[in-house]
Write a protein that binds this ligand. Structure first.
Ligand code: UD1
Ligand code: CA
Length: 453
């Protein structure tokens, strides 16, 4: 590892035209987090002295996302070398290693970046390369006779022979900070795109008798760039593989990892089991021993120890599920706190609710939390029995130990240990069903006998 001080410049000013989007490219999400967030998380491990993100004009959301790191605005996008130049004012007093990363190559690993920095030792710069089966679109890394880096040629400027080279520039460079400004000044824009290419650096360095080194990674997926939505989907695939793998290494059982979708911020404790076909949105925390069953969708939820969720459950943002709770099939919970050991086993909706411990919320019961204008809260105490098909019309308070009879619509607060029953009393008519069937049959016989043969 390098002992030099390190500064990092991340290029993210591009509009990302090929994404066909109003959103800056690096704000597109991978496993729920903007691309740029992935990169910022990884580089933390390098303990840089400063991180500077080069953004385009009018990218306030991006600036907010990268804070507290510094941003500089590249006013006109005149190429990757021009983008690095925009960061120079923030590097004028810096002569350690400068690591330059492309904001649209977000999954590069810490180890690979450490290797790239180590490769710079004793040379003017190092470039991270990889061999691609289909190198189209990437800059090609042209090696000299002794396998040293001769130059990098952009796809659009390459000759047919150069295009056949499959060693490509991933876009990541490590450069001697003392030389950077002088070298950038020597880069022109006489090329197919009329842009200032950072990829001209090796030739400029050579003209100043500084050597360039190539650092090769064999992990093609980690250095894949994102230019189109199809690339974005490919990066999502890689990110999911990586997140699943990490979860399993930290003690999570996944029966079919390929069908479980995680987010960058998903936190799952050891000894949690995730069944096939489970999707996690942002902001999920799961404590040990929990079991998430198939076809459940969970987002913004904190799930306690030994909780069972699903199959077919939906936990929405603001759900806090206490230890040993059971959330069964076709249950939706939103912005609610559920006390320990409570059971919501089937077909229920619990929204804007505070539920105590050891309460049973039966099939078909719901909180009626919305009056068409506002949301209202339902407060349920401990050890309460909410019968089947109950409507709890909020705001309403059901105190500890109360019993709500099946089919009731509750509009008044219920005191502790009371029964609330709000439905028509059952009426019994003896013999009614038998008489009904007799009449129906007689009618059918009559109609049959009248039919012409
Ligand atoms: C670039 C490299 C290419 C490499 C590829 C790897 C150059 C000239 N080409 O090509 O050799 O194989 O990345 O993915 O460097 N950006 C700015 N300001 C600009 C232009 C670009 O900030 O004026 C940023 C973009 O936001 C993006 C990154 O730089 O994050 C790369 O730009 P892009 O236009 O995608 O370059 P490529 O054509 O992919
Ligand atoms: Ca690119």
């Amino acid at each position: 590892m390098s002992t030099n001080p390190l500064s990092i410049v991340i290029l993210a000013a591009g509009k990302g035209t090929r994404m066909q989007s109003a959103l800056p490219k690096v704000m597109h999400k991978i496993a729920g987090a903007p691309m740029i967030t992935w990169l910022l998380r990884t580089v933390e491990g390098l303990h840089p002295e400063r991180v500077i993100v080069v953004v385009g004009p009018g990218m306030a959301d991006l600036e907010k996302t990268v804070a507290p790191h510094k941003t500089v605005v590249q006013q006109k996008q005149q190429g990757t070398a021009d983008a690095v130049s925009a960061a120079l004012p923030l590097l004028s007093d810096f002569d350690g290693d400068v690591l330059i990363l492309m904001g649209d190559t977000p999954l590069v690993s810490l180890t690979t970046l450490q290797n790239l920095i180590a490769a710079r030792k004793g040379a003017g710069l190092s470039v991270l390369a990889t061999a691609l089966e289909n190198p189209a679109g990437y800059g090609r890394v042209i090696l000299g006779a002794d396998d040293t880096l001769k130059r990098i040629v952009e796809d659009k400027d390459a000759s047919p022979e150069e295009r056949a080279v499959n060693l490509v520039n991933t876009g990541a460079f490590c450069i001697d900070g003392a030389k950077l400004a002088g070298w950038l000044q020597r880069i022109g824009n006489d090329n197919a795109q009329g842009e200032y290419y950072l990829t001209d650096l090796p030739q400029v360095a050579a003209s100043q008798s500084a050597r360039s080194r190539v650092c090769v990674t064999t992990d093609v997926a980690e250095v894949r760039g994102c230019n189109t939505r199809a690339d974005l989907a490919a990066l999502e695939y890689t990110a999911q593989q990586y997140l699943r793998h990490n979860a399993m290494l930290s003690g999570v059982t996944m029966i079919d990892p390929q069908s479980v979708y995680l987010q960058l911020d998903t936190q799952i404790a050891p000894d949690v089991t995730i069944d096939p076909h489970v999707v996690f949105g942002p902001g999920v925390e799961i404590a040990t021993g929990a079991h998430i069953k198939s076809f459940s969708h969970v987002e913004g939820a904190k799930i306690g120890a030994n909780v069972s969720v699903g199959p077919f459950a939906r936990l929405r943002p603001g759900s806090e599920i206490g230890d040993d709770v059971r959330i069964g099939n076709f249950v939706e919970v939103k912005k609610s706190k559920i006390g320990a050991r409570s059971k919501i086993n089937h077909l229920a909706y619990v929204g804007d609710c505070l539920m105590g411990d050891d309460t049973n919320f039966s099939a078909g019961a719901i909180t009626v939390n919305y009056d068409g204008f506002e949301k209202h809260r339902t407060v349920i105490g401990k050890g309460v029995m909410i019968g089947s098909n109950v409507n709890l019309v909020a705001p309403v308070h059901i105190d500890d130990g109360a019993f709500i009879a099946a089919g009731s619509t509750v509009t008044k607060d219920v005191p502790a240990d009371a029964l609330s029953i709000g439905r028509d009393a059952s009426k019994i008519r003896k013999g009614w069903a038998a008489e009904y069937r007799r009449r129906k049959k007689a009618l059918a016989e009559k109609l049959k006998s009248k039919k012409p043969a």
